[in-house]
Design a protein around this ligand. Structure first.
Ligand code: NIG
Ligand code: FE
Length: 426
C-alpha cells in the first residue's frame, strides 16, 4: 500500500491534464483535460503518489497518522494555475492613467507624456528592497488565494545595473521564502530610461555589456525578455540583446507585436525563443513561423481589455495553425492590474473564443511548458509537485463561466494547504 500524508477525496471531476510528455498541447489536444470522474489523489512529502478512482482509495492508500484529508465530493480538482508572464515587483501605482484612458488617451500617449513604464521606474528606483519585497509578497498571497501556484516574474522597472539587480534579488528572496514557485526573467530592455532618451543605442549597449553578464554570472534569471515595439526596442536592437542573452545561457521570451505589427513573432521564431507574448498584431507569416519553430504563444487578454484595445490576439487562428497557446495575467501597474488568472481565462473564452478546456490547458500545462517547469508542475501526475486546487464547482467549465468571484476553495502547494475559502493561510 502507498503511504500518504495528504488525500483529496471524491472529486466529481479530477482534471489530470496529463499525457503529451513530449511537448505542450497543440490543436485539438488543448481540449483534452484528461478528466477522471469520481477521482481521488494522494500525496506524500509534497509530491503526488497516487491518482485513481475514489472506489480504489481505501485499498490503494494507507493514510499516515497525521494525514490531512480534504473532502472534494461534488467539486472539481485540478492542477494549480501557472502564470507565465507577470511584472510582479514594482513600487507605486498608476490609477491616474486608468482614468486618463477612460477620457480617451492611449497607452502610448500617456507614456510619451511622462507616465507609463518610466513612471513606475522612478518609484521603483526610489524604493527599498524591503518595501518591494513586502508589496510583492502581498500580491503573491492574492495570487495564491486565486489559485496560482507558479509565477514568472520579470525585472524591468530598474533600468540601470543596480536597480535591475535589486529587483532580481527581491524575486530570489521571495522564491526562497516560498511557498510560491517563482521563475525569474531579466527584462532590462523593458523601456529606454529617461537618461538615455537621446541615445537609446547606448542603453542597448549597457544592457548587453554590463547587465546581462552580471545577471548570468550571479544566476539571477533563467530568461531574458525584451519589449520589441515601435518607439521602444526595434527588431534589430531586440535581436542584439537576445543574442547576448542566449550566448550566456539565458532562455528567451519576447514582448512581441503588442501594439503594432513590428515582426516580433517572426523574430521570436528565428531566435528559437521559448515564448512570444501578447501578439495582438502578429501577422500570418509570424504565426506560421512560430508554429514551425515551436515557440509558445503567451496570450494576455487582460491587457487588451484594460487598455481598451478593441482587439485581441487571434487565439483561434493560432491554435488552428498548430501554435501551443498559454495564458497569463501580465500583472503590472500600467497595462493590467489584476492577479486573477481565472478572470483572464474568462476573457480568453469570451473575447478570443477559446473553449473553457483550452483556457485551462493554457493556464496549466502549456503555461508550465512556457516556463520550462513542465516536469514539476502544470498537471496532476504521480511524481509531480502536489500543487492542487479544489474548486467549489461541479464541473471545470465553471472556472471560466462563473466570473468575478473566487471559486477556488482550497489551494495546496507542495502538499500543504496554503489557502482556504479565498483566504491565504499563514
Ligand atoms: O506587458 N508591454 C510592456 N510591458 C508591460 C506594461 C508595463 C507597464 O505599463 O508598466 C506589458 O503590457
Ligand atoms: Fe508584460
Amino acid at each position: 500500500m502507498i503511504q500518504a500524508d495528504l488525500i483529496v477525496e471524491g472529486a466529481a471531476e479530477l482534471l489530470t491534464v496529463a499525457g503529451n510528455a513530449s511537448g505542450p498541447r497543440r490543436g485539438t489536444e488543448m481540449r483534452d483535460l484528461g478528466i477522471l470522474r469520481r477521482g481521488s489523489l494522494a500525496a506524500r512529502r509534497g509530491k503526488i503518489v497516487w491518482i485513481g478512482p475514489t472506489g480504489d482509495l481505501l485499498t490503494a492508500i494507507r493514510p499516515l497518522a497525521f494525514c490531512k484529508v480534504i473532502d472534494a465530493y461534488g467539486k472539481t480538482v485540478m492542477p494549480g494555475l501557472v502564470d507565465p508572464h507577470t511584472h510582479l515587483v514594482f513600487a507605486g501605482s498608476r490609477e491616474n492613467e486608468f482614468a486618463l484612458r477612460i477620457q480617451g488617451k492611449t497607452y502610448q500617449e500617456i507614456a510619451a507624456g511622462g507616465g507609463g513604464i518610466n513612471a513606475t521606474v522612478a518609484a521603483t528606483r526610489a524604493a527599498s528592497k524591503a518595501d518591494l519585497t513586502s508589496s510583492a509578497r502581498r500580491t503573491l498571497d492574492t495570487m495564491l488565494a486565486l489559485g496560482t501556484t507558479t509565477v514568472e516574474a520579470k525585472s524591468g522597472y530598474g533600468l540601470d545595473l543596480v536597480n535591475e539587480i535589486k529587483m532580481l534579488e527581491v524575486i530570489r528572496a521571495l522564491e526562497e521564502t516560498g511557498p510560491m514557485t517563482l521563475v525569474p526573467t531579466f527584462m532590462g530592455a523593458h523601456e529606454v530610461p529617461p537618461e538615455f532618451r537621446q541615445n537609446p543605442e547606448a542603453y542597448v549597449d549597457l544592457v548587453i555589456t554590463r547587465m546581462i553578464p552580471m545577471v548570468a554570472s550571479r544566476k539571477l534569471a533563467r530568461f531574458c525578455d525584451v519589449f520589441c515595439e515601435t518607439d521602444v526596442f526595434s527588431v534589430a536592437q531586440t535581436e542584439r540583446i537576445l543574442q547576448a542573452a542566449q550566448a550566456v545561457g539565458l532562455e528567451l521570451r519576447v514582448h512581441a507585436d503588442e501594439l503594432t505589427d513590428l515582426g516580433g513573432a517572426a523574430l521570436a521564431a528565428r531566435m528559437k525563443a521559448r515564448t512570444a507574448d501578447h501578439l495582438l498584431f502578429a501577422n500570418d507569416d509570424g504565426v506560421r513561423a512560430m508554429a514551425e519553430a515551436g515557440v509558445i504563444a503567451v496570450l494576455l487578454p487582460g491587457t487588451a481589455y484594460f487598455l481598451h484595445m478593441q482587439r485581441y490576439a487571434r487565439a483561434r487562428d493560432m491554435i488552428e495553425a498548430g501554435v501551443a497557446v498559454a495564458l497569463a495575467t501580465d500583472f503590472n501597474p500600467g497595462s493590467c492590474m489584476t492577479e486573477s488568472l481565472p478572470l483572464i481565462m474568462n476573457l480568453a473564452c469570451t473575447q478570443m473564443r477559446m473553449l473553457p478546456a483550452e483556457a485551462i490547458t493554457a493556464a496549466t500545462i502549456n503555461a508550465a511548458w512556457a516556463l520550462g517547469e513542465q516536469d514539476c508542475v502544470g498537471s496532476l501526475e504521480v511524481g509531480k509537485q502536489a500543487d492542487v486546487l479544489v474548486l467549489d464547482a461541479p464541473t471545470h467549465e465553471h472556472l471560466c463561466y462563473h466570473f468575478g468571484v473566487n471559486l477556488v476553495d482550497t489551494v495546496i502547494k507542495n502538499g500543504k494547504v496554503v489557502a482556504e475559502a479565498g483566504q491565504r493561510l499563514n
